[in-house]
Design a protein around this ligand. Sequence first.
Ligand code: R5P
Length: 299
Amino acid sequence: MILLSLPRTAALAAALAPRAGLREGEAVVGRFPNGELHARIQTPVAGEECVLLGAVAPPDENLLATLLVAHTLLTEGARRVTALLPYLGYARHDKREPGKSLGTAWLGRLLHASGAEEVVTVDVHSRRVHDLFPLPVESLSPAAVFAAEIERDGLTDISVVAPDEGAVERCEAVRTAAGIPRPLARLRKTRTERGVVHTALHGAVGPRAVIVDDILDTGGTLVSACEALGRAGVRDIRIMVTHGLFTGAAWQRLWSLGVSRIYCTDTTPPPPAGDAISVLSVAPLLAAHLKAPRARGAP
Ligand code: R5P
């Protein structure tokens, strides 16, 4: 199998290739003088199974480059193209509303039309992607990655808190993997004109809590969740998010709300330097999946 990457994903590819036993190929993406993208595959791929470590964050240029390289692999004769998109952008854009775009379905069509036969991602936002994509999507759970950190930091007495119903399953997975005996606590989230507001906490929490979520984007959800935990007497909060987008500056309010550390993974571009943010690599998780027989098309 040959692993190809984009400039944005080159570091993760370098960590992944030796672990997964993949050969790294070279794809170069550039622009014509008028701004249109072009791609060149520098490694022979005819008849080969290819894994393209693409990106959808930041979205526009990376997404187009991913699609163009996937299509070029196909036209160069690759036997099979797997789109490895550790952060599946557009996956929150998944509700049908009259007159409005359905970004998840659109992305699925684009990937399929560009030659991808399968998508592998980490902690996809919701299961709705399986109905909206015209190709199989395998979403890998990062629970073990976070659980290892909880154990390493001696936090097994911590309360795990779900910021909304959608996060319950991923929170339970982390709690179980880390062997945390306290039952999960849940916050109830509502969207108002002022944004996300957490109105009720179900379940008991101790003085230390960890909120587990899939995405930290603007941080609005987590700011509101931390305010609610502060009202419940929690004094030390850790945040574990799979995809740290860190958009804008509002998320920095977290530091004044009892948050002592944010853990995210390297599925997205590196977070701002200098803060108490730990970046955990998903390379071992991706490698284990790619090495498994089913990833090679075996029965
Ligand atoms: C919502 O359902 C997601 O799981 C995240 O909680 C949310 O999208 C994060 O966005 P933000 O950081 O902008 O609140």
